[in-house]
Design a protein around this ligand. Sequence first.
Ligand code: KIV
Length: 274
Amino acid sequence: MSAQTRSQRITVPDIAARKGREKVVCLTAYTAPMAALLDPHCDLLLVGDSLGMVVHGLPSTVGVTLEMMILHGQAVMRAAKQALVVVDLPFGSYEANPEQAFQSASRIMRETGCQAVKVEASEGISKTIRFLVGRGIPVVGHVGLRPQAANVDGGFKAKGRTAVERERVLAEAVASDEAGAFAIVVEGVASDLALEITRKVKAPTIGIGASVDCDGQILVTDDMLGLFDWTPKFVRRYGNMRDLVEKAVASYAEDVRAGRFPGQAEVYKLRAHS
Ligand code: KIV
């Protein structure tokens, strides 16, 4: 067990200073009980908009709202005491202009108490990142596979496998870095491109389906715990929660049907009169 006890929460400068020195351990968190379990082991917890698919059963992250992000951000912040907590800006809450992004990001930070927000790279994103950082909002960039652009891309596809795409992803990473992002998520790109980005940018890169050479790694927690029957190629399963849940629920159902639950030890009894 590599649980760590820290007297203070990890800060944005702490994460930025990890570049090339110490790997940054990140996972997604959407609920208070899971955040409490992850917190002692992680440097950064991301309240990712993947919660739309993982928790709410949506087909993509496009249907996730600011209100959903705030509700889950509040739950995670109640339980996470050590890790830096970053909340995703959902689709439609920041792309119009930097002012819209500031309204959404400041609301998320005010109402959840999180330390930073994450934005996916798109047209004009460096202007938005610079605007937010200049107004006290730390930003994590996100390049490569951008789940919020799944409709433009025709699904969730790895990026940077052609020369044109490679140039675009690299340019987005450099632009996010120069605009002041303190970390950059690099998702679903060829591993040599992830290495090139990691070498080029000042900010630590956080890989997901990218490369072991990134400065840190992140996975969707429910994927790595084995809660789904299908996971992308880049996920390593560290547990088989799906099996555990299925076995536990089947046993419970059998016990209830057979009248074996609750047992004597699991019911309240009248107190003896004194
Ligand atoms: O929404 C999310 O969970 C993410 C991670 C997969 C990086 O953006």
